[in-house]
Design a binder for this molecule. Structure first.
Ligand code: SF4
Length: 251
């Protein structure tokens, strides 16, 4: 099946530096495949900030830069605009976790979308701060037990989780906003097609494009990889509905 071929945008001899069963590897492979298909490898600059997502530079054979925590969309904005001013057509995308995109960087993320920056943001939503020990994040679901919410997320005390794809869809400068998942082959193929669409919208100069990916964190969820996918299918995708929330071409 095409999904499992090796993209040339994956570095040769890279070793897997994520936890066993983590979906980051699948997500990055899909990104690499789409960069191959759109022939974007040479003109791409990827921006990551902090968290497990920053390990993308271990895998992707493209120019990468690390921004301060949460500021990936702001840095991507500067890179895109500066190159454009020099007459260089760079393809710029961010690859961020949910804590990074939707809490620490919520201002940079939303305002990049409101300004209609012609960049693409990918947010890996695994409902916790993975790299730092599984703390409650902005996307942790009601009742979710994390290292900082041992009794579960409580709406009276902690408030409600943020639905990032829906929020980005409300921004007039956003051209595309969608949420996908990686828990089975059908959804993996859909995720790849969705990432491709978001990248194509940047290529066409349509403004901010966004893909939120529901992704597993077996280590902090304390589940097997299989049970992690079951949790996404049976629990998370109830809170976080899959689908396209904005497509400027269909308006
Ligand atoms: S902590 Fe979670 S998100 Fe980070 S690499 Fe491990 S499983 Fe993946």
């Amino acid at each position: 099946m095409q999904v499992f071929s090796t993209p040339k945008t994956i570095k040769e001899n890279s070793s897997f530096t994520f936890c066993p069963g983590c979906d980051h590897g699948v997500a990055l492979k899909l990104v690499a495949m789409v960069l191959d298909e759109l022939n974007l490898q040479e003109q791409t600059i990827a921006v990551a900030s902090s968290g497990c997502s920053v390990l993308l530079y271990d895998f992707l054979d493209v120019d990468c830069i690390e921004s301060p925590h949460g500021r990936a969309c702001a840095v991507a904005t500067g890179i895109k605009r500066a190159h454009k001013a020099q007459g260089n057509n760079k393809f710029v995308f961010t690859y961020q976790g949910d804590g990074d995109f939707a809490s620490i960087g919520i201002s940079e993320s939303l305002h990049s979308a409101l300004r209609g920056e012609n960049i693409t943001a990918i947010c890996i939503n695994n409902t916790n701060y993975g790299m730092t020990g599984g703390q409650m994040g902005p996307t942790s679901t009601l009742g979710q037990i994390t290292s900082t919410s041992p009794l579960g997320r409580n709406k009276e005390y902690h408030g409600f989780p943020i639905k990032t794809a829906e929020h980005i869809a409300l921004c007039d400068g956003a051209s595309f906003s969608a949420r996908v998942a990686l828990y089975d082959v059908k959804n993996i193929i859909n995720a790849k097609n969705t990432i491709k669409k978001a990248f194509e919208y940047q290529k066409e100069g349509l403004g901010f494009s966004f893909v939120e990916i529901l992704s597993s964190c077996p280590t902090n969820w304390k589940l097997s990889p299989q049970d992690s996918h079951k949790k996404i299918e049976e629990e998370l995708s109830k809170t976080y509905k899959l689908g396209i929330f904005k497509d400027i071409k269909n308006e």
